[in-house]
Design a protein around this ligand. Structure first.
Ligand code: SAM
Length: 270
C-alpha cells in the first residue's frame, strides 16, 4: 500500500474523482477488456479506475498531467505490474507511444474534454473502442440527430468517425468534489474506414465547420460567408434534392459527405 495520502483536488485541472465503485465497475464492463488488451487511460487521478482497469487488461498506459498525482500513483506502482505511468499532457503527448489497437477508457477532465475527443477521433485508426465519461451535455451532442438543438459540428464529426452510444448517466454524487454539471458515459466504436481519401476528408471537415459557422443562416449563406461559391452551393443542394433554404442542423451526415463531394473549397488566402 502507498505511504503517501492523495493530494487535494485541483479544480482547474478538472479533478472530480470518482468515488462510486459501482460506476467504476460499469465503466470497466462496458470496455469489454481481456488479457490481450492494451488500455490507454487519460487522467488516472487517484487511480480508482486505473486499479479496476489493471485487473482484466493485459497492459494499461495512463497519462496524468498533475505531477502530484503522478508521484502518488508511482508509490502504488508495485500493486500494478502491468501499469505504465506517463507524466504528460494528453493533448500533446505523442500518441504513438501507445500501441495501435489500444482501448481508451477515461473519466475525462471536463475543461478539455472536447479537444481531447477531437484528438482521439483524429487518431481513430489506432483506437477501436473508447469508453468515456463526459459532461452529459457533450454526450447529448455526440449522439444528436439532425433537427435538434444539440446537433452540431461535434455530432457530425464524431458520428462520421464512430458509432456512438450513450450508455448511462452518472449523478454528481458519485464524485468528490462534485462537478457542477451532469455526467454520462459514452461508448464509441470507431469506424476504421470512412471511404474518403485524406483530401476528401479535409473537404468534408471544412464544409461541416463552415455550414455550422453561422448557425442561424441557411447553408448557402453560411458557406458563402466562409468563402464558398454561392451558386455552386445552391446547385449542389438542388442536385441532392434539398431545399435552397435548408440550415446545417437539418443535414444528415450522409448529406454532408455528398455535399462536400460536389463543392470546391475556397482557395486558401495565404
Ligand atoms: N480517473 C480519475 C477518476 O476517475 O477518479 C480522475 C478523473 S478526473 C475527472 C480527470 C483527471 O485528468 C485528473 O486527474 C486531472 O489531473 C487529469 N488531467 C487534466 N488535464 C489533463 C491533460 N491535459 N492530460 C492528462 N491528464 C489530465
Amino acid at each position: 500500500m502507498s505511504s503517501l495520502s492523495p493530494p487535494p483536488a485541483l479544480k482547474r485541472l478538472g479533478q472530480n474523482f470518482l468515488i462510486d465503485p459501482n460506476i467504476v465497475r460499469k465503466i470497466v464492463a462496458l470496455a469489454e477488456l481481456g488479457p490481450q488488451d492494451h488500455v490507454l487511460e487519460i487522467g488516472p487521478g487517484r487511480g480508482i479506475l486505473t486499479e479496476a482497469l489493471c485487473r482484466p487488461a493485459g497492459q494499461v498506459t495512463a497519462i496524468e498531467i498533475d505531477p502530484r498525482l503522478h508521484e502518488y500513483l508511482e508509490t502504488r506502482k508495485q500493486e500494478f505490474p502491468n501499469l505504465k505511468l506517463i507524466l504528460g499532457d494528453a493533448l500533446t503527448h505523442p500518441i504513438d507511444s501507445v500501441p495501435s489497437g489500444a482501448i481508451v477508457v477515461a473519466n475525462l477532465p471536463y475543461y478539455v474534454s472536447t479537444p481531447l475527443l477531437f484528438r482521439l477521433l483524429s487518431d481513430r485508426n489506432r483506437f477501436p473502442r473508447m469508453v468515456l465519461m463526459l459532461q452529459n451535455e457533450v454526450a447529448d451532442r455526440l449522439v444528436a440527430k439532425p433537427g435538434g438543438s444539440d446537433y452540431s459540428v461535434l455530432s457530425v464529426m464524431a458520428q462520421h468517425a464512430a458509432e456512438i452510444t450513450k450508455a448511462f448517466r452518472v449523478s454528481a454524487q458519485c464524485f468528490r468534489p462534485r462537478p457542477e454539471v451532469g455526467s454520462a458515459v459514452v461508448l464509441l466504436r470507431t469506424r476504421a474506414q470512412s471511404g474518403l481519401t485524406p483530401q476528401e476528408e479535409s473537404s468534408f471537415t471544412a464544409i461541416v465547420k463552415a455550414a455550422f459557422a453561422h448557425r442561424r443562416k441557411t447553408v448557402v449563406n453560411s458557406l458563402r460567408d466562409e468563402g464558398y461559391d454561392q451558386q455552386q452551393v445552391g446547385e449542389a443542394l438542388e442536385s441532392l434534392g434539398l431545399s435552397p433554404t435548408i440550415r446545417a442542423e437539418r443535414l444528415s451526415l450522409d448529406q454532408f459527405v455528398r455535399l462536400s463531394s460536389l463543392i470546391k473549397r475556397p482557395a486558401e488566402e495565404h
